[in-house]
Ligand binder design. Sequence first.
Ligand code: ZN
Length: 243
Amino acid sequence: MDRGRRLVLRGSLIILLILPLIALGHYFAFPEETRCLLIGVSDFKKTDNLYFNPGLPVSTIYSIRSLIAQAEKRDSEFLGSLACKPRFIYCDNETDYALYGNKSGSPACTHTKLGAYIVLSRNGLNADVIAHEILHAELYQRLGFYKYQFAIPVWFNEGLAMQTDYRAEFSEDSLNKYSDGFRNLPELQNLRTGSQFYSGIERDILLNFSTARYEVKRWYTKDKLTHLITALTHGTRFADAYR
Ligand SMILES: [Zn+2]
C-alpha cells in the first residue's frame, strides 16, 4: 500500500473512532436535543414534519397541524417570509416531554443547533406558543449558531418571540398590573443571559417576558429587524445595531 493510501486509511480510522465519542459527548451534554436528532428511529409516528406518539387520535393530529399552519401564517406575516423548516415533535405525556423537550415546565421548547426541532407538550397546543417557538427557530436560521447564542441578549430573543404570541398573561394590561403601572420594570441590560432571564419566582419570569415583549414591540418595524439581522451577521455589536 502506498503512503497516500495509508494516510487516507489512518485518517478514516481516526474519524471512525472519534465520531462515536463526539456523539456520546453530545448526548451527555444535550440529551434532549440528541434524542430529537434520533426521533426518526424512535417509536414516534410521523406525518410530514410532525412526529407524535403512536396511537394519537387522527383528530388530534389534524388539530395540531391546523395550529402549526395558523402559527406559520402569523409568523410569515410578521417577518415577511419564513426561512426555517422545523420539525415538530408532539409529546402527549409528561415523560416524553421531559425526554425530548425539557423539565422546566415550559409548554414547548425549540432545539436549534443541529436543525430546528420544536417540541410541544399538551400545554403547548395553541397557536401562540407555536408561533413563539417558530420565531426562535426563524431568528436562529437568520443569525446562525454563534450570533444566536452569543451576539443577542436573551431578552431580545424572547421579546421578539413574544411578538406573535398573544397570551394574555404577557400582555400590556398584565404588565401594567404586575409592574405597578410600569413603574417597576426589570432592567433589560440585567437580562442578557438565560440564567438572568429565566431565574426567580414565576412572577419575576412573567415580568421579564412581558417587559421584553413590550420593549421589542415599541422598537419593531420590519425594516429595523432586517437591518438588525444584517448588521449582526456583519459583525456589528447588538448594542450598536439595535436602534
Ligand atoms: Zn421563548
